[in-house]
Design a protein. Structure first.
Length: 470
């Protein structure tokens, strides 16, 4: 029996919500404050942070958007600039810097103000994920596991604590998820379409590696208009076209301006990728010159051959490992318990979901629409992996797990559904299931505490780490 009462905002629900938000802010603030903004001694700051920080600092100081030709935002040694790519996240960070500098305008504090904006994106993401969970899971224990499993995944929390565009990307994916859930659960209307358009626009204006989520949203919207009545399947073309025009128009209005600007500034290079390559050739050090260091694609490798190569070396292992946790400039790793907990949980949950899906198909419990929805969610989980591997093949050989974090929501949905299925199959009493899920949720937090306060913080507290805070 599903516990309908847990859908209400009970005192317990409010208390757990407070813990959920409060712990995230406390742990996030710890990282935000103690991560050095630049290399200090043998410490390193988060990935490319200072190179990215040049952009919001320029906006803060000048009040205008930079171009790649502005030397103030050109990355030393690399020759290119993050001003070539979507800058909306940096605009928000610059606004936050302007507001917080009212209280303390010390130039050394500006990077921390920019980080604080990303932490606020994390809190918004938390709220979105919580609202999604209330629609997807009726039982409180599974709802909260879904929330904690996503938001306290160490690498996911990490991206909300330093200057990047990943944080806004993750927030955008959570907004898209909430809009889609509301559309499917409550019927499409203007309010939900505005929410979906906002999420898609923010995603498009954040990080290219998350574009698969927008594609997933498009496919789910197409599937939404499939109708089944008396065993006959039809399609509501009229409403599908109507809402497609409305949503597409809003997304274009909100996001197209940046790419039009890029096309004007860089001779039609609306994504900025070719200009970035040319700048690395013209201004970068020999070590990053793409003409001197061709990609695997340029060396004549086929993509299937490249996939076989990375499947037999450490690329995929490092990608999975850094998807779970890899702090600093990819040098601070988690403890074995954290890696073990997440790997086992993902494996058991996904196996449970596969068993559940096969059983439902055999028993004909899933109609065409549900099958297509699940297929699209699976596709949405694999697209980021394709993008990171193709990028490594055709451009820059990198295995950073943060590039596939846009898959965390659909993957966590599969995991939670799978664990729910397996536990219900045991015929265990509900109170014991609640205890197990409560312990698993708590373990997510414990793992993050270990990573931050045991594995990371002592390194940031080494001599010299406070230099930029004093």
């Amino acid at each position: 029996m599903e516990d309908k009462k847990t859908k209400k905002f009970s005192k317990l629900e409010i208390a757990i919500f407070g813990i959920y938000i409060g712990l995230f802010i406390i742990i996030g603030m710890t990282l935000l404050i103690y991560q050095p903004p630049t290399a200090v001694g043998n410490l390193t700051n988060p990935p490319d942070e200072f190179s990215r920080f040049m952009v919001p600092r320029f906006i803060f100081e000048r009040g205008i958007l930079p171009t790649a030709n502005d030397v103030e935002v050109r990355i030393p040694g690399y020759g290119n600039s993050y001003a070539l790519f979507p800058v909306v996240a940096y605009v928000f960070q610059a606004i936050g810097m302007r507001i917080l500098s009212i209280f303390n305008n010390d130039a050394d504090k500006l990077i921390y103000y920019a980080r604080a904006v990303n932490l606020s994106f994390g809190v918004i993401t938390q709220v979105m994920i919580y609202l999604v969970s209330r629609e997807l899971f009726q039982k409180r224990a599974f709802r909260w596991f879904f929330c904690f499993f996503i938001m306290f995944l160490p690498q996911h929390l990490f991206i909300f604590t330093y200057v990047n565009t990943d944080a806004m990307s993750s927030m955008a994916c959570s907004i898209i998820s909430l809009a889609l859930v509301y559309i499917y659960k409550k019927k499409i209307n203007l309010k939900f379409s505005v929410l979906l358009s906002l999420g898609c626009a923010l995603c498009i204006l954040s990080y290219y590696s998350a574009y698969g989520y927008v594609l997933m949203a498009v496919l789910l919207c197409i599937i939404y208009f499939i109708q089944s009545k008396d065993g006959k399947i039809s399609y509501d073309y009229k409403n599908a076209l109507k809402w497609a025009v409305i949503i597409s128009a809003m997304v274009v209005i909100l996001s197209a301006w940046f790419f039009i600007r890029n096309a004007i500034l860089y001779g039609g290079d609306f994504l900025g990728l070719e200009t970035s390559r040319l700048m690395r050739i013209g201004y970068g050090a020999p070590e990053v010159n793409p003409e001197l260091h061709p990609s695997f694609k340029e060396m004549g490798y086929s993509y299937p051959k490249f996939l076989w190569m990375i499947a037999t070396n450490h690329f995929l292992l490092k990608m999975i490992k850094s998807y779970i946790c890899c702090y600093g400039s990819m040098i601070i790793e988690a403890d074995p318990f954290t890696y073990g907990f997440y790997l086992v949980t993902y494996f058991v949950g996904l196996v449970g979901y596969v068993i559940r899906s096969v059983k439902r198909l055999k028993n004909k419990e899933s109609d065409l629409k549900k099958i297509l929805i699940n297929a699209v969610l699976i596709l949405g989980s694999f697209i980021p992996v394709f993008l990171i591997t193709y990028y490594a093949y055709s451009s820059d050989y990198q295995w950073q797990g943060r590039y596939i974090l846009s898959a965390v929501i659909p993957l966590s949905f599969f995991v939670t559904r799978g664990i729910c299925f397996l536990l219900n199959k045991t015929k265990m009493k509900e109170k014991y299931i609640n205890i197990i899920m409560g312990l698993m949720s708590a373990t997510c937090v414990i793992c993050e505490i270990i990573v931050v306060y045991v594995m990371s913080l002592y390194r940031y507290l080494e001599p010299g780490a406070f230099y930029y805070l004093v």
